[in-house]
Design a protein around this ligand. Structure first.
Ligand code: ASP
Length: 318
């Protein structure tokens, strides 16, 4: 019975220079806990889908990551979260965007996939659906995090938005480098039956306005799974990942051009995206259990585990 699980906790300006030993230990532990949760599901004969949800929930509950509990603040000082999930065995998908007070947005994405008859729900409507489905809610206080708040306070009087891992802003002139290194989370898995699944969850960008939505909840951009090709979760500057339809592009290169997982990821992340100016990366698995970590940023919090007992956790570029 062979299986593979990969996870990420965001990509960006993650270098040994900006991480101290304690932070390295905290991130290692956080990624390990998520891998353990997913591994337990797969080792017990569970599905790729359940493993992906278990791993992502663990990271959503950890304030180290910009997802669920640790989500960043919007221009209005709120937490608005995006998440998506896709089942590669039947191309079923569910996603939520701009949701508030949902403890685990990835669970709500799964409810959307299974019980809504739709693929993507947003804002208050998604909240209504969450109540109807009995999805666990949490107070604003649960989502409060001092470092996230400070990160927002530094730029809330500007129109700048900031990706978690970047020291510089994405629009306009420089903003202070807060030194915070947090991230969107994702997982992709191939289970013992050869079924693939992928999921992504994020708080988006600090100081985002106008109900801005990134790539994470958009099927084909930040999240995609198809048993015939691969399962992918992306992280990075969402606007570029949307325009480049990154996750689906990797799948298409495999399906139509016969590229390997490794080559398809490299073409999209290290060539096409770079030429557009898009920074970030992705994690991927294929149905043979091959996996890829591919990024064009300085680093990406990432980890993998498989049925052969292999486990890897890394942050920096190689
Ligand atoms: N891709 C996410 C977004 O643009 C951010 C991230 O990956 O950190 O919302």
């Amino acid at each position: 019975m062979s299986y593979t699980l990969v996870i990420h906790g965001g990509a960006g300006n993650i270098t040994p220079e900006i991480m101290n030993k304690q932070q390295e230990a905290e991130y290692t532990q956080a990624l390990k806990s998520a891998l353990d949760k997913g591994n337990k599901v797969l080792a017990g004969g569970g599905s790729a889908m359940d493993a992906v949800v278990a791993a992502i929930c663990e990271m959503e509950d950890n304030p180290l990551f910009n997802a669920g509990r640790g989500s960043v603040f919007t221009k209005k000082g709120l937490n608005e979260m995006d998440a998506a999930l896709m089942d590669g065995s039947n191309l079923a998908a569910g996603a939520v965007a701009g949701v508030r007070n949902i403890k685990n947005p990835i669970r709500l994405a799964r409810e959307v996939m299974l019980h809504s008859g739709h693929v993507l729900l947003c804002n208050e409507g998604a909240g209504e659906f969450a109540l109807q489905q009995g999805v666990e809610m949490a107070t604003d206080n649960y989502f409060f995090n001092q470092s996230r708040y400070d990160q927002w306070v530094e730029i809330r009087d500007t129109n700048f938005t900031q990706l978690d891992h970047k020291g510089d802003n994405l629009k306009g002139g420089p903003v202070p480098n807060t030194g915070h290194k947090f991230g969107t989370v994702g997982a992709a898995a191939c289970d013992a039956l050869g079924n693939l699944a992928a999921g992504t969850s994020t708080g988006g960008m600090t100081n985002k306005r106008f109900s801005r939505i990134g790539d994470s909840p958009v099927i084909g951009a930040g999240t995609y799974a198809n048993n015939n090709t691969c399962a992918i979760s992306c992280t990075g500057h969402g606007e570029y990942f949307l325009r480049a339809v990154v996750a689906y592009d990797v799948s298409c290169l495999m399906e139509y051009k016969g590229l390997s997982l490794q080559d398809a990821c490299a073409v999209v992340i290290k060539d096409k995206l770079v030429k557009m100016g898009g920074e970030g990366g992705l994690i991927a698995v294929d149905a043979m259990g091959n996996h890829e970590f591919c990024f064009n940023s300085a680093g990406m919090y990432r980890g993998m585990t498989n049925s052969a007992g292999k486990e890897e956790i890394a942050f920096y570029g190689v």
